[in-house]
Design a protein around this ligand. Structure first.
Ligand SMILES: Nc1ncnc2c1ncn2[C@@H]1O[C@H](COP(=O)(O)OP(=O)(O)OP(=O)(O)O)[C@@H](O)[C@H]1O
Ligand code: SF4
Ligand SMILES: [Mg+2]
Length: 344
């Protein structure tokens, strides 16, 4: 099912977001209580743009992406509220099967545990074209030719030979390229890449990121890149969503985020000297730990770790979005002060 993706004539041909998530909330019922894994998340991505989603472990990055793909297991998960629209289609009002069908044609995901996702008993070529053969009834010969094209696209050398090989014959980096090729096989409008390089060494990580970035630009896809690496964010993102304890605490262009972070958590993630040319940096280590998801602190969830916290932060949750200049938002009582805070 190919959803209708258009430009909005009322806005001078400005592309409408391909994918738009609004006020998404997802809970898990666990023996220790309810986990609000995602709580009021909104974001959008348009053709040709890269949105980076960053945040520490457990902040809701993967769960929200699985919800977009219609792949959340319900139960134990429950989508409590919100909207996920692709083109003109509200995916959450479709049944899960139809939701997945829209994603199958339009939105693809490279999973966090990509290396485990390949099937050891089938050749790489077979796996690359499984979806194409199932959906489009492709002949074996056409499917093999397409598999070779896909491996070429992700720059796997000697593709003609390698389509006949099995995953264990590929290195980690080459297997990750196969996973990206698989995600691209249906020619998606939006690609979600969930930590696509964490298991790889630094040089291979850089090569894979360059490849993803090139393919994204060439195809004008919307790319959602989930990453812990602020160096990657600086190099490839247009927009950034910073997540903490299930919420988007700051959303801005990559330039604004680095120039003047407007949330203390973003500030802490970037370390004390935010630099747009930072290379290969992970998230800075922030004292304290993310909250136990069944016992999120009252008031602002970040207050026990926040250098800017005042009494009001312990008593009242901040507004979910404080609007700031340049179309950016921060969920902080002191968003403007933090943004204008100069440490030097
Ligand atoms: N099946 C589940 N049952 C209960 N809680 C879950 C389940 N899956 C995820 N969660 C909880 O949802 C929250 C968000 O998890 P998620 O996997 O989205 O984190 P993440 O931001 O992707 O972290 P990471 O960087 O480690 O991948 C976490 O608190 C996690 O414990
Ligand atoms: S609301 Fe208060 S505790 Fe929360 S991030 Fe802002 S200053 Fe820190
Ligand atoms: Mg994750």
């Amino acid at each position: 099912m190919r959803a209708d993706v258009t430009t909005d004539p009322t806005r001078d041909g400005t592309p409408v977001p391909l994918l738009q998530v609004d006020d998404l909330a997802i809970e898990f019922a666990t023996p220790d209580g309810v986990v609000r894994a995602v709580d009021g998340l909104s974001y959008s991505v348009s053709a040709g743009r890269t949105l980076a989603i960053v945040g520490e472990s457990g902040s809701g990055k993967s769960v929200s992406s699985l919800a977009v793909m219609g792949l959340l297991q319900q139960p134990p998960a429950r989508i409590v509220r919100g909207s996920i629209r692709f083109g003109g289609t509200e995916l959450l009002s479709l049944g899960q099967k139809a939701h997945r069908a829209v994603c199958g044609e339009n939105i693809a995901m490279v999973f966090q545990d990509a290396l485990a996702a390949l099937n050891p008993v089938h050749t790489v070529g077979w796996q690359l074209t499984e979806a194409l053969r199932a959906r489009h009834g492709m002949s074996r010969r056409d499917a093999t030719a397409r598999a070779v094209e896909l491996l070429d696209l992700v720059k796997v050398p000697n593709a003609k030979q390698r389509v006949k090989e099995y995953p264990h014959q590929f290195s980690g980096g080459m297997r990750q390229r196969v996973m990206i090729a698989m995600a691209l096989s249906m020619d998606p409008e939006v690609l979600i890449a969930d930590e696509p390089t964490t298991a790889l060494d630094v040089t291979v990580q850089a090569q894979i990121m360059r490849l993803l970035s090139e393919i994204q630009a060439e195809r004008q896809m919307g790319l959602i890149l989930i990453t812990h690496d602020m160096g990657v964010v600086a190099n490839v993102a247009d927009d950034v969503t910073v997540m903490y304890a299930g919420r988007a605490v700051e959303q801005a262009s990559v330039f604004d985020i680095y120039a003047a972070p407007a949330h203390p958590y973003t500030r802490a993630l970037l370390g004390s000297i935010p630099r747009l040319d930072q290379k290969g940096g992970g998230l800075a280590v922030i004292p304290g730990r993310p909250p136990d998801p069944t016992q999120v602190p009252a008031g602002c969830a970040f207050h026990p770790r926040c250098a800017f916290a005042e009494d009001v932060c312990r008593a009242d949750p901040p507004p979910p979005t404080v609007s700031l200049p340049f179309d950016r938002t921060s969920a902080c009582h002191f968003a403007e002060e933090v943004m204008n805070h100069d440490e030097h």
